[in-house]
Write a protein that binds this ligand. Sequence first.
Ligand SMILES: [Zn+2]
Length: 387
Amino acid sequence: MLKKPCADVQLFTDSQQSYGIHDRIEGMISFIPRHSIAPDQLSLTFEGTTTVSMDTNETNIPLPPSAASQTFLRMQQPLTELPFWKSAKLEIGSSYLLPFEFIVPAEIPHNVCRHSHRHEQVHWEHCQLAPSMGQQSIRQLKDQSVDGMAPEGIDIMYSICLRVFESCHKTGAIRTIAEWTRPVHIRPSRKERAPLLIPQDSRYYCLGKEKKVIGGWCPRALGTLSVKAAQPAAIQWHPSSGIPATKITANLQYTTTAQSPPPELQSIHPRLDILTFFSLEPWPDFPDLIDSSICPYHNGLNVRTVSLQPCQLGPLEWQTFNSKESTTYTASVQVPVIFPNEMAYIPTFVSCLVARTYSVKLSFLYRVEGQWSRTSKTTVIVPVQIC
Ligand SMILES: [Zn+2]
């Protein structure tokens, strides 16, 4: 806590570690003026700010990183009911108590997100409360357990702020002469969204893959193997709710005109991809669904990947459909996906400048008739929501 010369201030909040939507943040400020201060010079707020700092320098000249900042939330605590409000000046050296109470909102004021959008859903998503994230918020809270896996330079911070203002006698301009803040950790839960409409040429997702199967003792085209995965239901996760896990259903189809048996599926290797998108300018569309050709240079992406427990499979139960020309085999598998426990999973979200998405890449390893010493692979990438 900083001590500024015009007053001694201590900020206390209740001991709750993390706050969700509609939670009450209660606390008290002890304020001892050291200079002459009028009550109406004080302002007590609950604020949320996003900062993005990224290196866009393409020259050899050392330049500071480019930065963008957005204060998306500023809720005011009324002080007019306090007993000392009507006094002309606060007494120097006296101790004043300022209680406060803020209810964490579900949304930010809609006029904060005023840029253009491709469609209304983007605006709606931007107006949902974003979670705390970033290295700075970890340092302020001195708590590694809130690591939301954000890259350096990307921060979403919430805090209780007490400010003392002063107006200039000549110009009337108001400036802040002292400021005290206390960080607050916010983890809003998120309502499950409909499955994503994934563009054909998506850079980040691929729900289905079709592959020619080459095999036989004398290698030749035997047929086509296709894998189609379904987007699973959102994972409802909270730090106290244990290990996040889900199951992804994948449908396999093998069509052969060469009367060959379906490939032998050996194992499935899931990998968790944690994507943090950030930008110096607000996005008009969802960054994970946007057409990559219109992505300007000031967009950034940080990807963290974690290999998950492979899934070993017994023989699949193939269903067979015969036609005159070909034979088609179909089978369905459910792949258990268990996330590592030691991480803090902030919910999937998209704000004006920062977004977080999760996806699971499934690699299917299989062997083909006549090529038993060789393993082939096909992969899909499935978005997974965390709420
Ligand atoms: Zn916006």
